[in-house]
Ligand binder design. Structure first.
Ligand code: ITT
Length: 207
């Protein structure tokens, strides 16, 4: 029997990464369903103060609307010199979603962050992701991943999305996360780590 699992993200590039990581886990008998494949439902308000709280808000909303088990990711960039900000505010650092188009929002977020950090030499940064799985029976599982690195002085690279052009991973010296192939990024990223930790719980949905 195949189990359908909703992957609840409105960010097409994030969704692709989530799907690729899960596909690479090779879980037989699980069919991933995107938001575009189900009856539309209102986006829940992401008003949690942690990545975990927001990931659970998104996954619970997916289950409530569709009756399917649901996986969601909440993620962002944590800058040490900014006490972990933008953090859970990463998506709306330069203003509310809808104010710009998706690509413009990314550019506006990156430009604002670079301007705020212009005179600051301490540039330690980490991408953080919390992935949540919620089942129709009310079981909840979460897992977190961190990708350590630093904030660049200027954007470079064309791959990925969001803050990738201004993030220098510690484990890919000389290449920003926007200069990695999808496979290279998924193998190291916050999202890859979090979702692979959740994979056994997703696989267990079949039994
Ligand atoms: P969904 O909530 O619909 O999944 P979203 O893009 O709004 O989509 P978040 O609320 O989790 O997702 O916000 C994540 C923010 O952090 C957003 O600004 C992203 O661009 C950024 N971000 C997260 N992971 C990233 C990554 O792997 N590379 C670059 N930026 C990332």
């Amino acid at each position: 029997m195949t189990v359908r699992v909703l992957v609840a993200s409105n960010n097409a590039k994030k969704l692709k990464e989530l799907q690729q990581v899960l596909d690479d886990c090779g879980i037989d008998g699980v069919e991933l369903v995107a938001l575009g494949d189900v009856e539309p439902y209102p986006e829940p308000k992401e008003d949690g103060l942690t990545f975990e709280a927001n990931a659970l808000i998104k996954a619970r909303a997916g289950v409530a609307a569709t009756g399917l088990p649901c996986v969601a990711d909440d993620s962002g960039l944590a800058i040490a010199a900014l006490n972990g900000m933008p953090g859970v505010l990463s998506a709306r650092w330069s203003g509310h979603a809808g104010q710009h188009g998706a690509e413009d929002t990314d550019t506006a977020n990156n430009n604002l962050l670079l301007a705020q950090m212009a005179d600051i030499a301490q540039r330690d940064a980490a991408f953080v992701s919390c992935c949540a799985l919620v089942t129709p029976q009310g079981e909840e599982f979460t897992a977190e991943g961190r990708w350590e690195g630093s904030l660049l002085e200027a954007p470079k690279g064309e791959h990925g999305f969001g803050y990738d052009p201004i993030f220098q991973p510690a484990d890919t010296p000389g290449r920003s996360s926007a200069q990695l192939t999808p496979e290279e990024k998924n193998a190291r990223s916050h999202r890859g780590t979090a979702l692979r930790a959740l994979a056994p719980h997703i696989a267990a949905l079949r039994s």
